[in-house]
Design a protein around this ligand. Sequence first.
Ligand code: ZN
Length: 625
Amino acid sequence: MVPSLDGSPGPGWASASLPLAMNASAPVSRPLDVHSHANPDEVRVLHVELDLDMRFDRKVLEGSATLHFERVCPEASALRLDTRALEIRSAATAAGDGPWSTARFEVGPADPILGSALSVALPPGAARARVSYATRPGASGLQWLEPAQTAGKRHPFLFSQSQAIHARSWVPIQDTPSVRLTFAATIRTPPELLAVMGAAGNSTGSRGGTYRFHMPQRIPAYLMAIAAGDIGFAPLGPRSGVYAEPSVVAAAAAEFADTEKMMEAAERLYGPYRWDRYDILVLPPSFPFGGMENPRLTFATPTVLAGDKSLVSLIAHELAHSWSGNLVTNATWSDFWLNEGFTTYIERRIVEEVYGPETAGMEAVLGRQDLEDELVRLEDRDEILHIDLSGRDPDEGATRLPYEKGALFLRSLEELFGRARFDQFLRGYFDHFAFQSITTADFVSYLREHLFAGDSGKSASVALEEWIERPGIPAAAPRPTSEALHRVAAAAQEWAIGRTGPGLEGFPAWTTQERLQFLRQLPSPLAPQRLAELDEAFGLTSSRNAEIASQWLLMSLRGDYAAAAARLEEFLVAIGRRKFIKPLYEELVKTGGGRARALAIYKKARPGYHPIGVDTVDRIVGWQA
Ligand SMILES: [Zn+2]
């Protein structure tokens, strides 16, 4: 089915079942965002009130969403929302504070990518609409975990993941990042569970089954977030803390002890933190991402709990989104690099402030390696920062490219114009566009006006078009270097040709970044006996550091190292983070008899994966339901 992208209501509109008195022939301006059915150019949602019951027995949320809106077009006769597989029960509208009257509504045909438009007929003067609904058990934006899938094993757990276009699977809403709204929520859970949201009002202890939240800052729908489970809390600083299952709270608080320092570093560089509190929720291991920058409450994978703070650049990243992404937001998913490229650049600046230039330098080198690897895999069209995603799921644009190429572009500007000037420019950019959603074109004109103007010599040397609109990386792009990683690469080469020089003796004291570099710089594939030598010396198969373990398991698959087979299965069944599981399944299906083995492991792992992880791995292994 071809997605209905022109803003027309679609063929279902004409169905005789619900003859709506709406003016279907009224001119509809083409929406800015091809991934939304909504009509914010006519009727724009400003505020949402959620009233929802969490039904763990049936794995559904049910209740209502009350939408307050403004009539951009006074003659507009319908409010059009995005939904995906929602059960819509009824709709009502009201004027001002007036009484509710039943409203006619129509659910359009289900597009495989976009879901269905929900149109609610608006009488003149209506300023609110209430939709009563329930989610479905397979909602793409929710994961309902059985007690066995949690650390504590006694209580179920629920969490949302709304980016990119999954908010519509649990709230009927204008699910486009170009629309910003505030919200309030009343959430009811079983009394023993704690509910939290990316909002104000999170409890640090008391439970009871009814929770009230409000989000005073305007955010796009993809930043709406909810979770519930057996969740405890530990403070990190005066305005920060960590939520996690009780058995994980202490380890998480120790790992993230530098959060307040990171906030202060980011504020020195880019201006005040504008979201009041910054808390982190550590999720069970099925969470498909490293982190999700839900405002006020970052959702994070437990795979960053390495015990030595070596993977906390993830927190620097999610915190950086409090400026790039949450404060200044991509207006469409084609502008995603404005979120992630800026955030990756800022993440490394925060790491540099808190952990020093050597650590930040190592991460920049590894980031450039990730980018080179990605460029080998990607088609030309996906190597473009300002990517064209029409007709595709925006999740397909979430490769490493917008992160690392975007960060490299900003670094090239920093090197050219000087750090002081570039920092001042970025700070001004965040102030200027605060709480707005902008396009790549908006950024480019701001860049020309505020950085390029007044220095035509330097500006002329920026390959702007090549960076933003073309595949690949410009030849003059920065090449980050790190002395420590250079030494480690030399040690890897020595070891590879059979010399065990003094370089390798340092391995036990190396940082995670150095270990990763060493493993990545070894020849591929390595013979099983050579893998065994490394394993014996450094205990790699039993490493509990998820970054090291996933790199090692990849090498073990390539080198057919049988001693790591059981650990591979354990890792894939326990962890659902897509960054780790995707390359492992991809490698697995390449080996002899690998597909059968991949399917056998996946059969055990699949029930524990998030819908987004399932979608990814189903395709890799050719899963037939
Ligand atoms: Zn990010």
